[in-house]
Design a protein around this ligand. Structure first.
Ligand code: ZN
Length: 524
């Protein structure tokens, strides 16, 4: 169990799930809870039992299906309704019976919200807080209080906002989390209010939204002002601009401020966990996300490359391995020999200076014709291998290919592709059908090669991007195709460039299959 002096409180399953386009099943929530527990957070807010049937089911299944090593589950819910006893309120009963050791009660702390949204008196709101907190405490649960709209409330009526905090603390709430519900705060002003709240003697937490782009900065400012409980969401999920990114908050506090929040080995697993979570949420990972994004330590070096080669830490704020990330060199037309050599080393090749000069020339020439190697690591590696071996070695050679696109009388559009290949001394002809020309070609190539290379069955084309590039030197526009493929252990990208979109796709496809075969252990 985590140290109680400082709380890392995750609300991905409740507040993060408010993100537009994010829909979680109960099984998804259980999977996310396991990942978050693996990171070592102290608390996982599972949802609102009683108000939402899916969340009720989550807490029921969590009791038998979750075996948490670090985290405790928290059930989220509101204070009792006006004019009834907490003990008689069915929604409070659902919290009590959730099986969660912690209940986080949301309460109004903004006088105008009490009167206009809750439609009760300021006095009754305080009674609702006092009664609900003390009832749940008496029933054996730990209680945290989310003081909703606290900062706007403090601006409107500071005495009342602090009265809410005092009332909850006196009734037995062990943490009062101050919520910047509208996300409009900036660090300086927020810190002043946190300071005033801490001065009451209550234990204070912080819950920030990112509407000013300051959710993480605000969270850190609150900690500096005395908050000892931070709330946030995995990958910064949340409605509007999102919640404070819990990964950034944890990494900042642990690596920059010396807090001991999660085990160092879990921190070193953070990049993997962040990506595993995107697999569950089906939200495209943000490659620029601090610490864990694939671009977080990617250098488009050029001028800097030779210095990076000597000491990478001159150009990085931390050693990326501390959060399980890697430095990456991007090969671009700005690149010089040093970055090509570095990239070669990253891929496990030691280039002679002659080879790296040749490779740089080749990269520059291809990039001037529209190729991009920054987004096509696998194409670069094939080019590098060709340079090292001095020849273009492939598992198969192409005699010809043909694609037909047909609009049938029914209105359906279908494609059929035929490829003629030579591999392992055989001439193979195969035909594939698909919903488009690239899909048909992909199927035909696999069909042709799968008997010789059964591992190809596990290779999948997962992304296909087309960009029309303006022609240079008076030529027509050309098409660049980027294909991303995956197998059981990872993914790779390849690039093709041609005037004809199908030819560009074919080039990228041919390299994708070749690279997939290399990964499967077949040397060409
Ligand atoms: Zn919130």
């Amino acid at each position: 169990m985590a140290d109680d002096r400082f709380h890392v409180y995750d609300t991905t399953l409740r507040d993060g799930a408010q993100q537009e386009g994010l829909n979680l099943t109960v099984a998804d929530k259980l999977a996310l809870a396991r990942h978050l527990d693996g990171l070592g957070v102290g608390f996982i807010e599972g949802g609102w039992p009683g108000a939402n049937p899916k969340d009720t089911e989550f807490f029921r299944r969590a009791q038998t299906e979750l075996d948490l090593k670090h985290a405790q589950l928290a059930a989220f819910g509101a204070t009792r309704r006006a004019g009834v006893k907490a003990a008689d309120d069915p929604l409070v009963a659902a919290l009590r019976e959730s099986g969660a050791p912690v209940v986080t009660l949301v309460a109004k702390s903004h006088d105008r919200h009490v009167e206009l949204a809750l439609r009760t008196t300021l006095k009754e709101n305080l009674a609702m807080i006092r009664d609900t907190v003390s009832h749940l405490r008496a029933e054996g649960q730990r209680v945290f209080l989310d003081a909703e709209h606290f900062f706007d409330g403090y601006a409107s009526n500071p005495a009342y906002a602090l009265e809410v905090l005092r009332t909850a603390a006196e009734a037995g709430a062990s943490v009062i989390a101050l919520c910047d519900t509208n996300g409009g705060m900036l660090p300086d002003e927020l810190a002043d209010v946190v300071h005033a709240a801490v001065s009451t003697g209550a234990r204070v937490g912080i819950h920030c939204h990112d509407d000013t782009g300051c959710a993480v900065a605000n969270t850190l400012a609150a900690v500096k002002a005395g908050a000892t409980h931070v709330q946030g969401c995995a990958n910064g999920y949340g409605e509007r601009s999102g919640n404070a990114n819990l990964f950034t908050v944890v990494a900042n506090l642990q690596l920059k401020k010396g807090f001991d929040l999660v085990p160092p080995e879990s921190l070193r697993d953070m990049t993997r966990i962040a990506h595993a979570i995107t697999e569950v949420t089906n939200v495209t990972p943000n490659s620029h996300q601090p610490y864990v994004g694939t671009s977080a330590f990617a250098h488009k070096a050029g001028l800097h490359a030779s210095a990076i080669k000597v000491d990478p830490n001159l150009y990085q704020h931390i050693d990326p391995s501390m959060v399980g990330n890697d430095m990456r060199m991007l090969v671009s037309d700005m690149a010089g020999r040093a970055s090509v050599e570095l990239k070669g080393k990253e891929l496990g090749y030691d280039l002679t200076s002659d080879q790296s000069r040749q490779l740089v020339e080749r990269v520059k020439e291809l990039e001037s014709r529209g190729h991009t190697f920054e987004a096509a690591d696998a194409s670069f590696e094939l080019l590098l291998r060709d340079t090292v071996t001095g020849e273009r070695r492939r598992h198969f050679s192409v005699e010809s290919w043909r694609v037909i696109v047909e609009r049938r009388p029914t209105g359906e559009v279908a494609s059929e592709a035929t490829v003629k290949l030579h591999a392992k001394g055989e001439r193979i002809v195969a035909t594939g059908e698909g919903n488009g020309p690239v899909n048909a070609l992909d199927k035909a190539v696999r069909l042709a090669l799968e008997k010789l290379y059964p591992e190809l069955a596990g290779v999948e084309l997962i992304d296909f991007k087309v960009r029309i590039l303006e022609g240079t030197h008076g030529t027509d526009a050309i098409t660049r195709v980027l294909i991303t493929s995956s197998d059981a252990t990872g993914d790779w990208s390849t690039v093709g460039v041609a005037e004809n979109i199908v030819e560009a796709s074919w080039q990228a496809l041919e390299q994708a299959v070749t690279y997939g075969l290399l990964r499967a252990g077949y040397s060409a």
